[in-house]
Design a binder for this molecule. Structure first.
Ligand SMILES: Cc1cc2nc3c(=O)[nH]c(=O)nc-3n(C[C@H](O)[C@H](O)[C@H](O)COP(=O)(O)OP(=O)(O)OC[C@H]3O[C@@H](n4cnc5c(N)ncnc54)[C@H](O)[C@@H]3O)c2cc1C
Length: 205
């Protein structure tokens, strides 16, 4: 990390905390000279990141060939409003992972990865839902990416204006941003008079 290296963090705890809060990552890879960046869900267990999708997915098919991938995750915490245009910024926590992914072929590990993936998005969900059938497992690819080459970058706090600009009569500060769940809405096709489960009523990251 060359620019603003003080914002860089390489310890696992910091990286894992950011990954565990995020819902979406972006997977970058190059096919025949054409870069693609695909938004997708993910899960993490220890030092492994799991991706999943249709067995027909180009993203998963290409990544499973062992080509280099770059995965990023971003949490946006605030807009930073400075006195000058130049010093406007955002508070964020982000992670970048470089590596090559492997397809998870072992059925047991694949099912465990799908559990981790589901629990990552909605903790408490897996044990309440129908488990995947053999056919569904066959139609699903799971990739594992080692969290070896990873970095985190974090910006916090208020704007950092030029000294001379602090005297200007311009409001400056931050606008915090939060991902806040609203009340769950039942599927109109719900055939039983069920209340939303705890993990939906009190969803939080
Ligand atoms: C929040 C979020 C979560 C997702 N989670 C998953 C997941 O867990 N697993 C999964 O397999 N997919 C997920 N997707 C969908 C994913 O982004 C891809 O669309 C999907 O994986 C198909 O990828 P592919 O490489 O096979 O695309 P292809 O079908 O090969 O793409 C063909 C073309 O479609 C367009 N395209 C593809 N994806 C997108 C996109 N997301 N937005 C705009 N244009 C697109 C591009 O032009 C691309 O060249 C998620 C998407 C979002 C936004």
């Amino acid at each position: 990390m060359r620019r603003l290296p003080k914002r860089g963090a390489y310890d696992r705890e910091t990286v894992y905390k950011i990954l565990d809060e995020a819902l979406v990552c972006h997977v970058g890879f190059v096919v025949d000279g054409q870069p693609f960046v695909i938004p997708t869900g993910f899960g993490r267990k220890d030092g492994t990141l799991y991706l999943h999708g249709s067995a027909a997915s180009r993203m998963l098919g290409e990544a499973a060939k062992g080509i280099p991938v770059c995965v990023t995750v971003t949490l946006l915490d605030a807009l930073v409003l400075a006195r000058s245009a130049f010093h406007h910024s955002m508070n964020y926590r982000s992670v970048m992972i470089l590596g090559t992914a492997q397809e998870v072929a072992n059925e047991e590990e694949k099912c465990e990865a799908l559990r981790i993936f589901t629990e990552h998005a909605v903790p408490g969900r897996w044990n309440e839902i129908r488990q995947p059938t053999a056919q569904e497992m066959k139609g699903t690819s799971v990739l594992a990416l080692d969290l070896e080459e990873v970095s985190a970058k974090i910006r916090t706090g208020f704007p950092i204006d030029d000294d001379a600009d602090y005297a200007l009569p311009i409001w400056a500060g931050i606008v915090p941003l939060k991902l806040t769940p609203a009340a769950p809405i039942a599927d109109p096709k719900l055939m039983h008079p069920l209340e939303p489960p705890e993990h939906a009523r009190n969803y939080k990251r």
